[in-house]
Design a protein around this ligand. Structure first.
Ligand SMILES: Nc1ncnc2c1ncn2[C@@H]1O[C@H](COP(=O)(O)OP(=O)(O)OP(=O)(O)O)[C@@H](O)[C@H]1O
Ligand SMILES: [Mg+2]
Length: 424
């Protein structure tokens, strides 16, 4: 038996483009019913015919079947088994079972296996037509729902990306504000000295030698402050420019210095203390300076905010002259190493560590903290984007991110970044 009978009656199968009028798979081991089903449906759908279960499964694997009409009682593989395997090939295929003298148990089993309907043999043409039309409608609806869900998911991902970029831009805005803040100091000095010089020489027709000395002396201060302004703007503009392959111009100690300025006035500081240890021997990192400040700031603010009663945060740097021995790191309930797939483990490396003696991170939370929008802070208090941004920026810089924590005993975040000697 089991001669496969595969026909798509209106066109050869290879020419049938899927999904215009729906495809029906008819499975019956008896020639008579198989042919009568063919005649009933040939004008409305593309058809595939199978005389046994094995052929039916193969056809379902090779073609995009929407609805199967399957006889329950067949020699060889039973209709129930065919139903089960068709759902395995593609759970979206709707199956209408054709029953003869089956017990309610068999019918119940078919429905449990997600057959969408059953029709008694001998069947009325109107009944089988209605059952198949219903099944086809369900299949189309399900397809639409899946497409909609996929579109929604894509939209959500896009929105998430957009929000993260917005957050990055916002911190960049904070850095612009601090440029203005830093330049404001020297500008105040310059404007004060210019006023004093104006008062001294403004109305005199000629300068006495002591006036000249006075002006020269004040001009030195002004020149020093102007140079200062230029340095500050150069440094920040360098931060904001994307990193190139050139030797870094800004060293870690300078970044630490800027961090110090930012943290001293940060609203989250409150009862917390911080200490920054500069490096005995300065080095540059092959990363965008703004990004480094942004990452350190995120980590410090997290530590401050995790400790309502106040904690101590230490920021330190270290130059590592060998590639990291990755075997000494492990993923455990209190430790994680991230971004290994993009890490450039070439010496020299710089390790920037932010250590706090706050409450630590519970093991059930640790795997989630880098997910976008994960936060343990109340609504409106945290976006849950901070650590996700840190992880993204580290990936861009081809660095690795390590976290070690113990409930009650604080947390240390370490950023391992490719480093290079400073440009002269
Ligand atoms: N140093 C830390 N100590 C204890 N828990 C921390 C620490 N750093 C992060 N966490 C936990 O990780 C979670 C996620 O941090 P993340 O910076 O991504 O978002 P957030 O700080 O909650 O929100 P936002 O950054 O927008 O303020 C925090 O809600 C907190 O539970
Ligand atoms: Mg945060």
């Amino acid at each position: 038996m089991a001669i496969s009978e595969f026909q798509s009656l209106d066109a050869p199968p290879s020419l049938v483009s899927p999904k215009r009028r729906g495809t029906i798979l008819i499975v019956d081991d008896e020639e008579g019913p198989r042919q009568s089903l063919r005649v009933i449906f040939k004008d409305d759908y593309d058809l595939l015919l199978a005389a046994d279960g094995g052929t039916a499964i193969r056809l379902a694997q090779e073609h995009d079947v929407d609805v199967a009409v399957c006889d329950i009682r067949m020699a060889g593989m039973s209709g129930i088994e065919v139903l089960e395997r068709l759902k395995y090939v593609n759970p979206a295929i709707e199956v209408v079972m054709i029953t003869a003298f089956e017990t309610t148990d068999t019918i119940r089993q078919a429905l449990r296996l997600r057959a969408c309907d059953y029709i008694n043999k001998p069947f009325e043409v109107a009944n089988i037509r209605a059952a198949v039309a219903n099944a086809m409608q369900r299949r189309t609806l399900e397809g639409e729902i899946t497409t909609n869900a996929e579109q929604l998911q894509a939209l959500q991902a896009e929105l998430q990306n957009h929000k993260i970029n917005e957050q990055i831009a916002q911190t960049r805005g904070d850095i612009y504000a601090s440029i203005i803040h830093d330049i404001n100091g020297p500008l105040t000095v310059i404007s004060g000295f210019v006023q004093i010089m104006n008062q001294r020489v403004g109305n005199s027709a000629r300068l006495e030698p002591e006036d000249l000395e006075f002006v020269k002396d004040r001009l030195k201060v002004v020149t020093r402050q102007v140079t200062n302004c230029i340095e500050i703007s150069r440094r920040y503009l360098g931060f904001l420019r994307r990193q190139s392959d050139e030797a870094p111009r800004v060293g870690l100690n300078q970044l630490f210095n800027d961090m110090n300025h930012l943290l001293r006035v940060h609203p989250s500081l409150q009862n917390n203390h911080f200490q920054i240890h500069s490096l005995p021997e300065d080095i540059g990192v092959r990363a965008n300076g703004t990004d480094v400040i942004q990452m350190l700031l995120n980590l410090c603010v997290n530590a401050f905010q995790a400790s309502p009663r106040g904690c101590h945060v230490e920021i330190s740097g270290e130059v590592i002259r060998q590639p990291l021995d990755l075997r000494r790191f492990k993923d455990s309930p209190g430790e994680r190493l991230l971004n290994m797939e993009s890490f450039d483990n070439t010496a020299p490396l710089a390790r920037l560590a932010v250590r706090d003696n706050g409450p630590g991170i519970p093991p059930e939370i640790l795997p989630k903290i880098f997910q976008p929008y994960f936060t343990t802070k109340g609504p409106r208090q945290g976006t849950g984007l901070g650590l996700n941004i840190v992880q993204r920026l580290m990936k861009e810089a081809r660095g690795a991110l390590h976290i070690e924590t113990q409930p009650g005993n604080g947390t240390t975040f370490s950023l391992y970044l490719p480093a290079a000697p400073l440009a002269r």
